[in-house]
Design a protein around this ligand. Structure first.
Ligand code: GSH
Length: 383
């Protein structure tokens, strides 16, 4: 590759393409939702006042729910264990449901960097829900107080302020629902603008609600697109189980390990699992993991694989092999999803991904220098 094409690719990668149609970001300003918005803002102000009366600033109510550094991810034994999500309600089209599907009522707080949040964005787009569920994207940097919202004048591409409750930090969204919340302040968050509460903060459950529960509100072409169809459910569950443990979470367990043993154990399991995926795809009548049909198994694996070469190889030391050089079938599967199905490409922002990991995890990369390569982030289909 020539020097100039490398520098073109770099500047594209670090600038990042504009992903969302303007309308998805600004929808929350529409007259139909303005009363919901103003009540939400009043609610936030009420919480803010209450915390100030207690002698504590709303945005600095706590420095960290567990009183530990936010970057201290690993347990004392050197092993990273992901916390269980706390909000587990469901949007349901069943009669009398507490959270019924409604246009404009629900909102997703996401980070483009986060693979779990990206699942929800992919499904939102695959199901044609962009006009039904609004989105806000946090700043790519995860600091000591967790995710924060970008100020308009910071000019962070594809991220902006919280227009719903005026939060500066995502933790305020959690505390607005439960001032005594002690969990981590994770994305994605599925927010109910009407009841001003968090419905669910577990991506694996959010995506399943989106497959079916809004079918009464969407165009025919998106109805009955169920990525967890009953005939595949058993296979998907079985695959999700080991792929989550060894690959989706396996990259974090490798990267956040604080002992040589924990790192080696997890990185070896990760590459054994990738070898297994390569075999499954080789033997599938393709192009997907379970054959001709795109399923949840593909949707859950993709956000990890697309981040693999650009970030996990160097930042999380997952460097025994690379997708582009050593896993030809996974590589082709990833390229097909990215280049041929807009929901995968449109929700992938390499700038946020690369900057987030390399500039937030200062325990791993104290100088926060973002490596330039690999160039490009993803190869064209011809290569
Ligand atoms: N179980 C959650 C995990 C989400 C998660 O861990 N998100 C990370 C970003 S990739 C996060 O927000 N971490 C912030 C923190 O832990 O402080 C899900 O799948 O929704």
């Amino acid at each position: 590759m020539s020097r100039s094409s490398i520098s073109r690719a770099i500047s594209h990668s670090l600038r990042g393409p504009l992903k969302f149609k303007k309308s998805s970001f600004h929808r929350i300003y529409s007259p139909a939702t303005s009363s919901i918005l103003s009540t939400a803002t009043t609610n936030a102000t009420r919480f803010s006042d209450r915390f100030k009366r207690r002698g504590s600033d709303f945005t600095q109510f706590r420095t960290m729910s567990t009183d530990t550094k936010i970057t201290a991810w690993a347990s004392k034994d050197g092993e990273f264990r992901r916390q269980v999500s706390s909000f587990r309600d469901q949007i349901s089209s069943a009669p009398d449901a507490q959270f019924p599907p409604e246009k404009g009522r629900y909102h997703l707080y996401v980070s483009y960097a986060c693979p779990w949040a990206t699942r929800t964005l992919i499904v939102r787009q695959l199901k044609g829900l962009e006009d039904i569920i609004s989105v806000s994207v946090v700043h790519w940097h995860l600091g000591e107080k967790g995710w924060r919202f970008a100020e308009v004048d910071e000019k962070i591409t594809d991220a902006g302020p919280d227009d719903l409750i005026g939060a500066k930090f995502l933790r305020e969204v959690y505390f607005s629902v439960n001032p005594d919340y002690t969990g981590r302040f994770t994305v994605p968050v599925l927010w109910d603008k009407k009841l001003k509460t968090i419905v669910n903060n577990e991506s694996s459950e959010i995506i399943r609600m989106l497959y079916t529960e809004f079918d009464g509100l969407i165009a025919n072409e998106f109805k009955n697109l169920n990525f967890y169809a009953p005939e595949y459910a058993k296979q998907i569950d079985e695959m999700n189980d080991w792929i989550y443990d060894t690959i989706n979470n396996g990259v974090y367990k490798s990267g956040f390990a604080t002992t040589q043993d924990a790192y080696e154990r997890n990185v070896l399991r990760l590459f054994e699992a990738l070898d297994r995926v390569e075999d499954i795809l080789k033997n599938s009548d393709g192009p997907y993991l379970l054959g001709k049909t795109l399923t949840e198994a593909d949707i859950r694996l993709f956000p990890t694989i697309i981040r693999f070469d650009p970030v996990y190889v160097q930042h999380f030391k997952c460097n025994i092999k690379m997708i582009r050089h050593d896993y030809p079938v996974i590589h082709k599967w990833m390229q097909h999803l990215y280049w041929d199905i807009p929901a995968f490409k449109d929700t992938c922002n390499f700038e946020h991904i690369k900057k987030h990991y390399t500039k937030s995890h200062t325990q791993i990369n104290p100088l926060s220098i973002t490596p330039v390569g690999p160039v490009p982030d993803i190869l064209p289909k011809s290569e």
